[in-house]
Design a protein. Structure first.
Length: 212
C-alpha cells in the first residue's frame, strides 16, 4: 500500500453562500470571442466578465472572507451585447435602476463605468451540464438608500480593466490558468499575438503557407 500526498491537492476555494449580498464590481475582463453550446447549437460570441468582491456576513454571522482574510469574490460572464433580450442589458438595467436611453443603445457607451460600482447581488446554486453544482449571480440590484446612509464598507481590491486591444500584462499574469487559457483561445488574442517576421524593411506577419 502506498500513500501519496501532494501540496495543494485539497481545494481551498470557498464559494460565496446563497443569498443577497452587498458587493462591489472591481474587475471587468474582456474574454474575446468564445465558443459555447446551447440546446445543441454551437455559437461563437464575444464575452465579457464582471468580478465582484463581497462584503457582509453569512446566515450564521460569519464574515464573508476567504481563508486569507480577503473579501470573497464571485464573477459572472456575459455575451457582450445590449440587444433587448441580452442578459447583460437586463442585469445592467436592473443594477443601475433605470432603462437605457435609446441613444445609448444606438451609439454605444463605455462599459467600464460599472467598474467600482456597488450593488446587491443575488447568489444561487445551480447544476451545470457536467452534473456539478455551481454558485452563480442571478441578479444585481442597486444598494438600498438605508445602507448608503450608514456608509459603505472600505473596498479591498483596486479597480482593474482588462482590454484585449490594450492588454495589461501585469494584470493578466495574476489571472488563473483557466482564465488565461480562455482569453488566449479567443481569435482576438491570437490575432494580436501572432508571431511576426523581420523582412529587412519592416515587420510583417509570418505566412503559414511558405513552401519550405
Amino acid at each position: 500500500m502506498s500513500l501519496i500526498l501532494k501540496m495543494g491537492s485539497e481545494s481551498t476555494f470557498k464559494p460565496v453562500p446563497e443569498g443577497t449580498h452587498l458587493a462591489r464590481c472591481y474587475r471587468i475582463v474582456e474574454l474575446g470571442t468564445q465558443e459555447s453550446t446551447y440546446l445543441g447549437q454551437v455559437k461563437k460570441q464575444k464575452k465579457i466578465m464582471f468580478q465582484f468582491e463581497v462584503h457582509g456576513e453569512d446566515e450564521n454571522g460569519f464574515a464573508l472572507i476567504t481563508r486569507a482574510g480577503e473579501p470573497m469574490s464571485i464573477s459572472k460572464n456575459y455575451t457582450a451585447s445590449l440587444d433587448e433580450k441580452a442578459t447583460l442589458r437586463k442585469d445592467l438595467t436592473l443594477w443601475q435602476g433605470h432603462a437605457f436611453a435609446e441613444d445609448e443603445i444606438k451609439k454605444g457607451f463605455d462599459i467600464k463605468k460599472y467598474a467600482g460600482m456597488w450593488g446587491m447581488i443575488s447568489v444561487i446554486k445551480t447544476p451545470g451540464a457536467d452534473g456539478k453544482e455551481y454558485t452563480n449571480i442571478k441578479s444585481i440590484t442597486p444598494v438600498p438608500p438605508i445602507i448608503k446612509k450608514h456608509g459603505l464598507p472600505q473596498h479591498f481590491n483596486e479597480v482593474k480593466i482588462f482590454d484585449i486591444d490594450e492588454p495589461d500584462m501585469e494584470l493578466f499574469s495574476t489571472f488563473s490558468d483557466y482564465l488565461r487559457a480562455k482569453i488566449e483561445s479567443s481569435p482576438e488574442w491570437q490575432k494580436r499575438n501572432k508571431p511576426t517576421a523581420y523582412t529587412g524593411g519592416g515587420v510583417e506577419e509570418i505566412d503559414d503557407d511558405i513552401p519550405f
